[in-house]
Design a protein around this ligand. Structure first.
Ligand code: HEC
Length: 122
């Protein structure tokens, strides 16, 4: 009986790592690059990176979104360097993706694409 228990234990130990390995890392989709660590450290605590990956915005729109999240969603203050490296990363990897030198309006014919956060009336 003890042998059976031991065998079960060994089997579980052998199989478990394979199951863990199959678990999807929700942040794996974030492209490698400078600032990725800062994004993972500061932007994946409340929601995973899927929310970030499904958005493409200009740097200023990302900046406004971060401010909105700080004012409305409890995102903590970010050191200026940290915020900058997050914005650099987002603008580069989650930017509109078109060649620079064009206005945002040219990149987004649909004005609904840009986030508009009205000032807090309070
Ligand atoms: C303290 C928690 C918290 C942290 C940390 C946080 N967020 Fe959020 N974020 C939220 C919440 C809550 C929502 C969902 C708001 C809603 O849709 O109701 C959200 C939504 C979003 C959205 C989707 C906005 C939309 O309207 O589709 C994006 C993109 C986003 N966050 C990016 C980021 C980035 C980038 C960072 C890091 C700078 C970050 N978040 C850090 C709380 C957080």
């Amino acid at each position: 009986m003890r042998t059976v228990a031991l065998l079960v234990c060994v089997l579980v130990l052998l199989v478990a790592p394979c199951l863990w390995a199959q678990e999807d890392d929700p942040n794996a989709g974030l492209p490698q690059g400078q600032g990725r660590d800062a994004v993972i450290a500061n932007c994946t605590a409340c929601h995973n990176a899927a929310l970030i990956l499904q958005n493409r915005m200009s740097r200023s729109a990302w900046d406004a979104l971060i401010t909105w999240m700080q004012e409305e969603q409890g995102l903590w203050e970010l050191e200026p360097e940290v915020r900058n490296s997050i914005l650099d990363y987002l603008a580069k990897h989650q930017g509109p993706g078109a060649p620079s030198g064009q206005g945002d309006a040219a990149l987004h014919p649909n004005p609904m694409y840009e986030y508009q956060y009205p000032p807090n009336p309070l």
